[in-house]
Design a protein around this ligand. Sequence first.
Ligand code: RP5
Length: 181
Amino acid sequence: MGEVSNLPRVGIVVGSDSDLPPVREAARTLAQLGIEHEVVLASAHRTPDRAVAYARDAAGRGVGVIIAAAGLAAHLPGVLAAHTTLPVIGLPLAVGALGGRDALYSMVQMPPGVPVATVGIGAARNAALLAARILAVGDPEVRRRLDEYVAAMRAAVEREAERLAGVGLEAYLAEREAAGK
Ligand code: RP5
């Protein structure tokens, strides 16, 4: 798959470098779809000026969607959304004593007027796929790649369903375990 564009079209913003491992799957999914992206460290609390500057400049730099990942009292997506009209996808991370519920609620309960589209706790792949779906509205090449992605996913499940029907539960589970799943 070649690249759709050389400029980053999705900005993945994390609140801490400790958030980088869980967002890796978002970056990999975007790469799989050939969508240029950048990963940026900017905290709403520790480096608020940096976070605001990123949000203000993003559209002018060609970014079309922002994914904002954070844990705990996760104000990052809301702060970014307050400083841009780009779509912002909140990715709550399972950090700390509340296992990500705090981050989820911080992101999903935005005041009217400043929306954040929030995915599930740790759902990095869905965040990337949602960003791709948003870009696909105005980009047939991204739409084509998403259609291919969905077709491949469907084919994989069809193969699993046939195998399960063929060998039965116990053998299927043994194979699955042997494959390290
Ligand atoms: C949040 O606090 C970050 O998004 C991170 O998930 C959490 C913990 O940050 P560190 O203490 O690991 O830097 O702001």
